[in-house]
Design a protein around this ligand. Structure first.
Ligand SMILES: [Zn+2]
Ligand SMILES: [Zn+2]
Length: 372
């Protein structure tokens, strides 16, 4: 068992006043209202237990003499003694304040729904009707929670105050503590005949259709806030907000990077060498682009203004077309001959990967020179 004086950080000869001050200081730091961590609360209970002993002259003397101080403490309620603990602390620090009856009407929660949009919808904006399961005001009692023709009556136990008071014995002597009235749950009023549809909650769950306008230029993660379209609060309280989060679907061949779009287009090596015009599909329909003679694989052509719309702006980014030059894998006899003639005209030896010619690799020459 830890030393009680050490727990409070006071000397063995500390005065009652010093002990009280030390405890107040620690309690302020460890109070559950300040620090709800369970480990801290355990420490708080230990420190309070130590204080209970050392603040009682009789128990302190007993403890100083090596007696079973905690035995005496345990007898006065033990671990259970902390039930009214925050009440004691409230009395100690003058906390708690004037609680009064709780309002039945509570602010509703915000709600979040994710919406999938295509890349085109993200670019040009769209309108959707979302169907969501939501808490709405009970249509039968319009939020009061009472059966038709009835209304809440004053709680007879707390006389409408929402709290009851008790005299409690504590280490400070007798203290008046108050807690939420158990009969009316602190509301100060009682619903004698609850509405059958909502069981007195004042709200029910229902499917709602909510039209949403999705602006041009949105992207995954963007959230739109629809004020007051979230869940209605208990007792028919004001609704929270509805957040609509955008999830953009992957496009078949367009890849987005902010307001820039990228796509790949394959062209034949002949087209790359001679130049051509090709037609590509974009979000705006088909566009023609010019491939210059001598185009290399990996080169790009920009289609200005064919990218994504910038949010809250009418301007648009570019569509970058990446050119991939394809090497043919199958050739007819005639094509093969044409290509061989082409190569011959450039002085290249082609057509047989085993040919030892002037086109052979450096490694091949190296091997030859050693006769291998
Ligand atoms: Zn109702
Ligand atoms: Zn009551």
């Amino acid at each position: 068992m830890a030393d009680l004086y050490e727990m409070l950080g006071v000397a063995r000869e500390a005065s009652a006043d010093e002990i009280k001050k030390a405890y107040r200081k620690i309690a302020r730091e460890l109070h559950p209202d300040v620090n709800p961590d369970p480990a801290v609360q355990d420490k708080f209970k230990d420190v309070t237990a130590a204080y209970e002993v050392l603040s009682d002259p009789q128990k302190r003397q007993q403890y100083d003499m090596g007696g079973q101080a905690f035995g005496g403490f345990g007898a006065s309620g033990g671990g259970q003694g902390f039930g009214g603990f925050s009440d004691i602390m409230d009395a100690f620090f003058g906390g708690g304040g004037n609680r009064g009856p709780r309002a039945r009407m509570r602010q509703g929660q915000d709600a979040l729904i994710r919406v999938q949009v295509t890349l085109a919808e993200a670019c040009f904006g769209t309108e959707r009707e979302l169907t969501i399961e939501n808490a709405v005001v009970c249509p039968t009692c319009t939020g009061s929670g009472c059966a038709k023709g009835t209304s809440p009556t004053m709680c007879q136990v707390c006389k409408g105050r929402g709290e009851t008071q008790q005299i409690q014995k504590s280490f400070l002597g007798q203290v008046m503590t108050s807690r939420a009235c158990g009969t009316c749950s602190g509301f100060g009023t009682v619903i004698q005949e609850p509405c059958r549809e909502c069981a007195g909650e004042g709200r029910v769950r229902a499917r709602q259709n909510i039209p949403v306008k999705i602006p041009a230029g949105v992207e995954t993660g963007n959230r739109m806030q629809l004020a007051g379209r979230g869940e209605v609060g208990a007792g028919g309280g004001p609704a929270g907000d509805l957040y609509v989060e955008i999830v953009e679907e992957e496009h078949e061949f367009l890849v987005r990077d902010g307001d820039t779009l990228h796509m790949e287009v394959e062209i034949s090596f002949a087209a790359a060498a001679l130049g051509t015009k090709i037609t590509v599909d974009t979000l705006d329909g088909q566009s023609e682009i010019a491939i210059k003679a001598g185009t290399q694989t990996g080169s790009t052509v920009a289609l200005k203004g064919h990218g994504m719309t910038r949010l809250r702006s009418n301007s648009r980014g570019d569509l970058i077309v990446h050119i991939v030059v394809m090497t043919p894998t199958k050739l007819s006899r005639e094509q093969e001959k044409l290509l061989k003639d082409f190569a011959k005209s450039r002085g290249e030896v082609v057509g047989d990967s085993n040919t030892k010619g002037k086109n052979q690799s450096f490694l091949g020459k190296f091997r030859d020179s050693f006769g291998r």
